[in-house]
Design a protein around this ligand. Sequence first.
Ligand code: ZN
Length: 255
Amino acid sequence: MRILILSDVHANLTGLEAALKAAEGQWDRAVCLGDIVGYGPDPNEATDRVRPIVVSVIRGNHDKACTGLTNADDFNPVARQAALWTRENLTAENMAYLKELTQGPLESEGFTLIHGSLLDEDEYVFAPAQALDGLLGAPTQVSFFGHTHLQGGYSFRNNQIEVLSIRTATSAGGSVHSSVSKASLEIQGDTRYLLNPGSTGQPRDGDPRAGFAIADVERRIVDFWRVPYDIESVQRRMLTAGLPEPLAVRLSFGR
Ligand code: ZN
């Protein structure tokens, strides 16, 4: 069984489609770690695309803010503006679907799905100390989280946390960001993992390509993928929609 792990799609249909095209035929079931909408220009299209393919999906902070479950008062001004734009542009059906999304953590396919941290769906796990709860407290050996938009994660073995360095950049000549690349992580029996598949819709780890992961349960391997997509077309749709320009610009840099 191969599980496709999507996260932080953020209403970027082009990034999502590129990821799904690259992953075609290489997964059996899909899950999503939240933030289907917010930031991007395609909230309905992204929701319509994710909804039928996932067996499990949990909510993210943007799904909550964009459906009015939370006000966006703790968002920065551009994120708030995008959340309010999304609220106005979601269809009633998608609004209802996103509003009803399950709160994580959620056990599915032998993994624990988390948006932020194990104990707080809105907490950013940026540092090893913040990963400890997820590493030790999750009911499964391997957990997946999102929210930071940083592909990678943490492992725990012999009382030590390790920050995993996932190197997906290609070393071929030319731009390292112009082709599909993949890095494999072997799951060791005596180790626990808290892994971030990256964001398909708004990467922030300096690599602008869409990020996702595929976990092969029997082979005990997690592949971390990066896939280029037509960033400019998304930026054009964002500006046409009147979404804040800084949100469009950051896509070029993956920051
Ligand atoms: Zn997010």
